[in-house]
Structures are given as C-alpha cells and as structure tokens.
Write a protein that binds this ligand. Sequence first.
Ligand code: T4K
Length: 360
Amino acid sequence: MNKPIYVTQPSLAPLEEVNEYLRQIWESGIMTHNGPLMQRLEKEVSEYEGVPDTICLANGTCAMQLAIRALDLEGEIITTPFTFIATANVIAWERCTPVFVDIDPDTWNIDPDKIEDAISDKTVAVLPVHVFSAPCDVARIQQIAGEHGLKVIYDAAHAMCVKLNGKSIMSYGDVSCTSFHATKLFNTCEGGACFTENKELASRIRKMRFFGFDEMKEIVDDGINAKMTEIAAGLGLANLRYLDEVRKKRRDKYEFYRSLLDSCGFISFQKYDPEEYNYSYMPILFDSEERLLCKLEQLANAKIYPRRYFYPSLNNIELFSHPKLPVANAVAKRIACLPLYNKLSDSSIRTICSVLLENG
Ligand code: T4K
C-alpha cells in the first residue's frame, strides 16, 4: 500500500540539535515569559532577515491582531480576498471592517490600481498579503497609503527569506507580520513575529504581548498573552540553521515540478521573480474549475492530497461583505497547491505529475 502524500510536512532540524535546547530549558526551568531562547531567536531572526528588530509571538494571527491594536486602528481596513481566513478574521476580531479589493490576475496579490476606489472616509489602513511569498507592489501601496494617510500592515505569513530591492520583505510597511506555523518554511511549531522599524511601535507590541507589562512588571498598556514559549524558540533556533538549505531544496523541487508541467496546456503558474520567491508552496492554476475538481479526484484516488489554498475567495463567505470581485472569484476557484516539502522525493513528484497529466 503506498502512503498518502499530503500538501506539506514540517521541515525539522535533527532531533539531537533540538534536544540540546530542551536540555537548556530543563536545566534552567525557564519555560516562557520572554526567556533567553526567545530573546536569542529574536536576535538571530533579525540577523538572518537583515532587519533591526524582530518581535516573536505565539502565532501569525496574533501578530496581526497586535499590529492592528498597537496602531490604534478603528474603521475600515482594505485587504485581499485571496488569502487564508486569518487575514480577514483578525480585522473583524479587532472590531474593524475588512474591505476586499480585487487581485492582480498574474501575481494573485491585491491589485494596487483598485485600492483607491475602495478608500472611504472610514478607511484607516491597508493589509495586503504577499501570497505564496510573491511580493506585493509595495512601492505603489506605500504611495497610495501616504497620499491618503493610511497605515500599512503586511501579512507576510508566507514570506520568510524573501528579499525585494535588496531588503527583507519584512522591512516594508508600518509593520510586517509573519507566521512560524508548522506548515511554514521556517517553523517554531506554533509561532509568528512582527517586524517594524518604528521603535515606539515595537516597544508597544512587546508590552501588549505580555499583558501590557513593562520591564518592571508594571501594567502600562492594553495587553494580552501572545508570548512565544521557550520550547518553540528552541525549535526555531535549531530550525533556523537549516533555513537556507530548506529553501534551496524547495526551490529544486518547485523547478522539477515546472520542468514536468510547463508544457501542459491547461495549467499555468503564479507570476514571480525567481530571486524574490521562497518556494514554500507549489500553486497551479487550472483553466477551469471543472478540470481542477476532476484532477483533484484523480489525485485523491492515488492518495495524493493537494489543497485548495485559498478557496473560496473571502468575499463569498457569510461573515464578510460581498463585493463583486471578478478576478479573485475566477482565480480562487481554479488554484490548487500541490504537495511540496523537503522530504518529497523526485519519484513522488513524477507520480503526482503523471496523474495530473493523464487523460488531459
Ligand atoms: N495569514 C496567512 C496568509 C496564512 O496563510 C496564515 C496561516 C496566517 C495568516 C495565520 O498564521 P498562524 O496563526 O497559523 O501562524 C494551515 C496552517 O494552519 C496555517 O498556519 C496556514 N496559514 C494555512 C495556509 O495552512 P491548514 O488548515 O491547511 O492546516 P492543516 O492542519 O490541514 O495542515 C496541512 C497539511 O500539513 C496536513 O495535510 C499535514 C501537514 N501537517 C500539518 C500540521 C499542523 C503536518 O505534517 N504536521 C503538522 O503538525 O492550515
């Protein structure tokens, strides 16, 4: 019986290296409360990304919540509908209103040309997503935000290791938020981070993640518990050493898929710059939803399980408003992410592609 192939598997450092951090935790007895391993992870992630400051948090969702809170946002926040539910959820959870704007048909990111039409006197911010790690048009977005006095929060959950114009993608916007979830290129099991070059904002997010305490444990601000544990940080420190290798392996596998699928007439791909992409996902766009459904069934019969990231387009779900967004509606219906992870063998990729290509 062949084993099922799921969309992803976590990238994990050798167990002995993780155990070394666990040993330190066992010895010190310090499990949490912004302990030494978390502080070291903040420093090492900052060095790795080439940013001045990293604020480690419990997950990527609370990173965006804290960003919205720390910027005191109240009102409408413009975002993309082609994303994971968390992006829109956090806006609504923080009692703001998500306003969806259509996406670019090639990059699948928010279409900057459509942002201005969505701005009202209640708009306070833009929250775009670098979907599947392809950078948004950050220059246009910053220009529009500047002209209208809006804050910019990037959902960079998919975008560790991505550089744009020689700078980390995390250095754009007022704040960038990422996820270190088990399914991400870099993981701490559960985890996430905020990046900002605004020192005051960074200090506020740090207090907010720890119930609003300052360094003296005085309550000085609004707060919640959004701390990263020492166990998560230890795993992150071990995994960080392998991140370049993880990205390289994913890129090789992504390119191997492309060599087998590029000539297929009914599949196309996200537009990206090879140096500005982290290859954490293998999204493909079918020419019709009918074909996508048929291929997913063929693959499931072979115990191969791609995922429909991200379907439905969020403007179609009950919780939110329903503007007509023809590009997002058309694209979200036809995308599936194929399995992509470090241990995925070339022979599995060949099998996946031959099932995809059989019977046209
Ligand atoms: N913004 C964006 C754009 C995001 O994509 C996400 C998260 C967020 C914000 C929020 O960040 P976090 O708060 O999560 O840090 C997964 C992840 O749970 C989620 O983090 C991720 N995006 C989303 C795109 O994918 P599911 O529901 O697809 O996960 P699940 O459990 O079905 O896992 C997918 C596959 O991964 C499984 O088939 C098997 C494998 N897997 C999964 C887990 C959890 C493992 O092998 N081991 C594991 O421990 O959401």
